[in-house]
Design a protein around this ligand. Structure first.
Ligand code: UD1
Ligand code: UDP
Length: 365
């Protein structure tokens, strides 16, 4: 079987790693990198660390408005589909690269396989929600990470081609957590961080907040972004913030004052896993990070009004906070009763890649 896989943004490189490995044992995968993310620490580092194959095509689309970015991808992906004539096209998640891939394939009557199908925040203002709803409704195979995702699709009348496979991001955590620990234990994580900043402070494990902020709903509103940093300033422990380039640019544009916050460049996946596992708490608006915090048993506060990963809210492992300084401060200092509760295994058994592979091969029979 021959498929085209579209990737382009940081979380998609990570999700692609285990599936590519399994599928390529007996089948042909043409990997297309749209170029949505292009800085070395937003792209190349993941290919190197996770052994992701070199893309067959790099579209070099880069940054821009939604229409420009998605439109350029659409045009170029269409050309590749016509040339390669695949049996199907695989997309991950909910970025502009996802939608462009699904739309290009669907118009050419090439089956679309969507990994991470069925997630919903029910907030249509989010670009991610627009991308995932449209992609799901164009897809022939809807590969769902959780039962909730299957039910969400059912509510929209989508039942054909829906398969619960478990969460592929859990596969990646299971495969890499021991590698991460052996690389960064015994203070090696601090040494790594000092390579970039020789004055990096002597943080202690479980005594810092690990934060990431990049979602448009927070960054594009100067008042919200200001409130987030005002909350960080007042937190009872230092905040370590590997900063997405989008947010770095906007902090400068809005001239936001930063205190009690150590800003570093985005880090590789293996260091990120170590930081998540050894933070006191994760504070984020990322989709992926909420789950990784849950997998690694680190409490999380999510700076959003909704989450697609509702399972993480059970027993208070993750809580949602509106962007108000006092509410954020109250939630990050909450009593961590979640640590007393075992976590149900709601995200699969770490073999989602094999199940996705089987579903795709069965579809093609
Ligand atoms: C995209 C996804 C979002 C996902 C995130 C993962 C969409 C609509 N959004 O958001 O769902 O959570 O990726 O990280 O697809 N930039 C750089 N260098 C890079 C990449 C981006 O400087 O390598 C800067 C540019 O200023 C760019 C901005 O970041 O304009 C935003 O990048 P873009 O890919 O448009 O969206 P993300 O915010 O990364
Ligand atoms: N991540 C990383 N380095 C960083 C920030 C994030 O490796 O500096 C990883 C993170 O562990 C997770 C993925 O990137 O696996 C999440 O991507 P992001 O938050 O950009 O996107 P989202 O999940 O919100 O779509």
């Amino acid at each position: 079987m021959k498929i085209i896989t579209i990737i382009g943004a940081r979380p998609q490189f990570i999700k692609a790693a285990p599936f590519s490995e399994v599928f390529r044992k007996k089948n042909e995968e043409i990997l297309v990198h749209t170029g949505q993310h292009y800085d070395a620490n937003m792209s190349d580092i993941f290919f190197e660390e996770l052994g992701i194959p070199k893309p067959d095509y790099h579209l070099g689309v880069g940054s821009g408005g939604h229409g420009m970015q998605t439109g350029r991808m659409l045009e170029k992906i269409e050309e590749i589909i016509v040339k390669e004539n695949p049996d199907g096209l695989l997309v991950y998640g909910d970025t502009n690269s996802t939608l462009a891939g699904a739309l290009a394939a669907s118009k050419l009557h090439i089956p679309v396989f969507h990994v991470e199908a069925g997630l919903r925040s029910y907030n249509k203002r989010m670009p991610e929600e627009q991308n995932r709803v449209l992609t799901d409704h164009l897809s022939d195979l809807l590969l769902c990470p959780t039962d909730t995702a299957v039910h969400n699709l059912e509510k929209e009348g989508v039942t054909a081609g829906v398969i619960q496979t478990g969460d592929i991001m859990y596969d990646v955590v299971v495969r890499n957590i021991e590698i991460s620990k052996s690389r960064y234990a015994n203070g090696a994580w601090l040494e790594e961080l000092r390579k970039e900043n020789s004055n990096f402070p002597a943080l202690k494990e479980k005594d810092f907040y690990l934060a990431t902020i990049h979602r448009a709903e927070n960054t594009d509103d100067p008042n919200k972004l200001r409130s987030i940093f005002a909350a960080f300033e007042k937190m009872d422990k230092p905040v370590l913030l590997p900063l997405h380039p989008r947010t770095r640019r906007l902090i400068e544009d809005y001239d936001i004052e930063i205190n009690n916050t150590i800003i570093i460049n985005p880090v590789g996946y293996l260091l990120m896993l170590y930081l998540i596992a050894h933070a006191y708490m994760v504070v984020t608006d990322s989709g992926g990070l909420q789950k990784e915090a849950y997998f690694l048993k680190t409490p999380c506060t999510t700076l959003r009004d909704q989450t697609e990963w509702v399972e993480t809210l059970e027993n208070g492992w993750n809580v949602l906070s509106p962007i108000e300084v006092d509410r954020i401060l109250k939630l990050v200092t909450r009593e961590l009763t979640c640590l007393l509760h075992p976590q149900p295994t709601l995200f699969g058994d770490g073999h989602a890649a094999e199940k996705i592979n089987q579903a795709i091969l069965d579809f093609n029979k």
